[in-house]
Design a protein around this ligand. Structure first.
Ligand code: NAD
Length: 282
């Protein structure tokens, strides 16, 4: 299949990064969100991030202009009808993704692949909402998308080998490294990472150590580039809580119980870096 025009649904943190890498990779991109404001913010972020790549001599000014020229922003999903591939990166809520997948299934050509960037929702369940479950797949990018090399490529129960191979090859075209994973709560990345972050929060809650001390242990003792609480603030504490809840309900195992301090901080609106306060102040 010749993929030239790519739809990206959701223009937030991940959607703007995904649009950025597709446009920089030479694809025409239709970036879709519910409100013009979010699209303007996304284009401003993409411009700033392309500027950074120019200043680091990774791309030229003309590459930047060409990438920006390939991104079309829309609030109406109808424009996605003639896309050759769509990746959904909307808010991590099953109801929202349900509506989007049903709509995309009716809107787009039946042979095109519908991918989701979900961090934790079952690809098998998303696929079952459509009449093309063999063409639904997880394409899980990491934040910041233009920088991070990994794409977890997640096969739902019905995902075909052909779909998997197309998305694997597409990831390579975007200069990413695809890693094949089967569908299970949290896939590999969040199943392993989130309990680590959650446990670090328990250590803080129980007064074992301050956030700074916990982070120092991981930076200096385990050579992590940033400690777990800095990382949790960066990801967003609401996102961390949502993922812990998916693990908790998906496995039904009490070891995935979200830390009460995390719940309290989210209730207070302390969502990490994006809200100005989390385990640290920004
Ligand atoms: N933030 C991360 O580090 C990260 C990493 C990997 C994957 N993800 C996943 O990526 C997805 C997006 O996360 P994010 O961090 O970019 O969230 P975000 O809140 O920054 O952005 C979500 C965007 O989706 C838009 N949206 C909501 N409903 C929509 C709809 N019906 N149609 C079109 N757009 C809609 C919102 O307006 C918002 O702009 C989630 O599934 C999340 O689990 C996030």
């Amino acid at each position: 299949m010749d993929i030239k025009r790519v739809g990206v649904v959701g223009a937030g943190t991940m959607g703007n990064g995904i649009a950025h890498v597709f446009a920089r990779g030479g694809f025409n991109v239709v970036l879709c969100d519910v409100d013009q404001r979010f699209l303007e913010r996304a284009v401003a972020t993409i411009t700033k991030n392309l500027d950074r790549e120019v200043s680091k001599n990774k791309i030229t000014e003309s590459d930047k202009a060409s990438a920006l020229g390939k991104i079309q922003t829309v609030t109406g999903r109808g424009t996605l009808a003639d896309c050759d591939f769509v990746v959904e990166a909307a808010t991590e809520r099953f109801e929202i993704k349900t509506e989007i997948f049903r709509d995309l299934d009716g809107l787009t050509r039946p042979e095109i692949i519908l991918a989701s960037n979900t961090s934790s929702i079952s690809i098998t369940k998303l696929a079952a909402l459509t009449k093309r479950p063999d063409k639904v797949i997880g394409m899980h990018f990491f934040n910041p998308v233009p920088v991070m090399k990994l794409v977890e490529v997640i096969r739902g129960l019905a995902t075909s080998q052909e779909t998997f191979e197309i998305v694997r090859d597409l990831s390579v075209k975007l200069e990413k490294t695809p890693v094949e994973v089967n569908d299970a709560p949290g896939f590999v990345s969040n199943r392993v990472l989130m309990p680590l972050l959650n446990e670090a929060m328990y250590a803080v809650m129980e007064g074992v150590a301050t956030p700074q001390a916990v982070d120092e242990v991981f930076k200096l003792g385990m050579a992590h580039p940033m400690g777990p609480l800095t990382l949790a603030d960066f990801i967003g504490l609401d996102v961390c809580l949502d993922i812990m809840r998916v693990l908790q309900s998906g496995f039904g195992d009490p070891k995935y119980r979200p830390c009460p301090l995390l719940i309290k901080m989210v209730d207070a609106g302390w969502l990490g870096r994006k809200s100005g306060r989390g385990f640290y102040k920004y």
